[in-house]
Design a protein around this ligand. Structure first.
Ligand code: 8YV
Length: 340
């Protein structure tokens, strides 16, 4: 339900929407310049509610949970910008936004290191069976130390790491892998420049070669119609039975049901997932397995980084409403045809 709080009325300030709860200080600062319709109750709007909210504002701050498409902005005749608090923007139908003359922005860079840290943490937890071990202790199953009858994992050090999606975050993970003496191979839509490859000591390979040779595979590619089910039963079958798979990219890049079946059958060793098809729902077949580490889409979730993401989204929003070019404008062609 739409439950906006802190809403003011009868003001001459431009009206904006903050579609989800943000830090109170950021909200207070926004209220100095704008009439803010905020949703501090943090309950995701229905598409109808979102459409109504957007129809009343000139700018909006949203997250990946708000789908901004032709339907959402139909009737939003004064809307100039929708600023995503997220680097990924698969929740935006950018052509539809451009057609409606609505600027779109995201929050790159500020979350790169935090997200790369998390990718590595999830990889370690998965390969070394950390959460499974904790559950084992909590269930009272640890009665003695054992050479063989303890959760035995897979090594990261000196293994081969395969990264699919070698943008800023993928490169950040590759650089961390260097400290572990790992060999890094990657696959990406386009090959990195020689100097970027050198900086992360990574070699470009085909997707098939990566899947066959990697001991650990990490997915960090954007979600598009093209990347839907980049990893399905066929791709998992190419992987080593000792391999792990980590998805910190987006739900839908992995066929979660095929993954659950492969994990159950022992086709691969284990998986770590921060994102899911249809999240916050998680495929029930995954929930039954002990060789999968689950996280609730928290790769960027440190206080410092979430504050930086909100601040950057606000910077984009303010710029657009001040008639300036937002620093992270996704549809720059629109800047020339600004609404007045
Ligand atoms: C966001 C993310 O928190 O930035 C991204 O692409 O996946 C996360 O950092 C999430 O998308 C919510 O907006």
């Amino acid at each position: 339900m739409n439950n906006p709080e802190n809403n003011q009325s009868l003001s001459n300030k431009p009206k904006i929407l903050v579609a989800r709860a943000i830090f109170p200080e950021a909200l207070a600062k926004l209220a100095e310049s704008f009439e803010v319709r905020s949703n501090q109750a943090d309950q995701v709007f229905t598409p109808q509610e979102l459409q109504k909210e957007l129809s009343e504002v000139v700018g909006a701050l949203v997250t990946g949970s708000e789908r901004i498409d032709a339907g959402a902005i139909a009737g939003a005749k004064n809307l100039k910008i929708v600023a995503n608090v997220s680097v990924g923007y698969n929740n935006f139908d950018v052509p539809a936004m451009s057609a409606a003359n609505v600027m779109a922005s995201n929050t790159p860079d500020v979350l790169t290191d935090t997200t790369a840290d998390f990718g590595f943490a999830l990889l370690m937890a998965t390969a070394r069976r950390i959460t499974e071990s904790e559950h084992w202790i909590r269930a009272g199953k640890w009665d003695q130390w054992s050479i063989v009858n303890n959760p035995l994992g897979m090594d990261l050090h000196h293994s081969t790491l395969g990264i699919i999606g070698m943008g800023r975050i993928g490169q950040g993970i590759a650089k961390r892998a260097l400290g572990f003496g790992m060999k890094v191979i990657y696959h990406n839509r386009s090959r990195l420049s020689e100097s970027d490859e050198k900086a992360c000591a990574a070699s470009y390979v085909s997707k098939e070669e990566l899947l066959r040779n990697a001991d650990h595979v990490v997915l960090v590619l954007p979600y598009t119609a093209h990347s839907h089910h980049t990893i399905g039963a066929k791709e998992i079958a190419l992987m080593k039975p000792t391999a792990t798979l980590v998805n910190i990219a987006r739900g839908g890049i992995v066929d979660d049901l095929a993954l659950a079946q492969a994990l159950k059958a022992g086709t691969i060793f284990a998986a770590g997932l921060d994102v899911f098809e249809g999240e916050p729902q998680v495929n029930p077949e995954l929930l039954k397995l002990s060789n999968v580490v689950l996280a609730p889409h928290i790769a960027s979730a440190t206080e410092k980084t979430r504050r930086a993401m909100v601040d950057l989204a606000i910077e984009n929003l303010r710029a657009a409403l001040d008639g300036k070019k937002p620093p992270n404008l996704i549809n720059p062609e629109l800047f020339k045809t600004l609404k007045n």
